[in-house]
Design a protein. Structure first.
Length: 91
């Protein structure tokens, strides 16, 4: 099966590639069934497009953008402030 291009669905980016649910599930390491359920509930965080029949596709750039938002790179998270303990009876 040839990968659909975003242009075929009217997306503004011409070279946009749509990933199938099977590809996304393999990448995210979740089941295809879980992704389909989230799409049915409309809780899947990425916009999806019908590809014909029961197939659905997700924009590769939108998946990349979502992953960038949820991943915290090493060294970018703020560290908790240190609390100085005071010994009892110390002056």
């Amino acid at each position: 099966m040839k990968a659909l291009q975003g242009k075929e669905l009217g997306l503004t980016v011409e070279k946009e590639r749509l990933l199938t649910v099977k590809e996304v599930s393999g990448f995210l390491r979740v089941s295809e069934r879980w992704i389909h359920k989230q799409m049915e509930k409309r809780t899947f965080p990425i916009r999806w497009y019908p590809i014909g029949g029961r197939n659905k596709g997700v924009s590769q750039s939108e998946l990349d953008d979502w992953l960038r938002k949820i991943v915290v790179e090493a060294g970018t998270a703020p560290l908790p402030k240190a609390v100085k303990k005071v010994k009892e009876g110390a002056k």
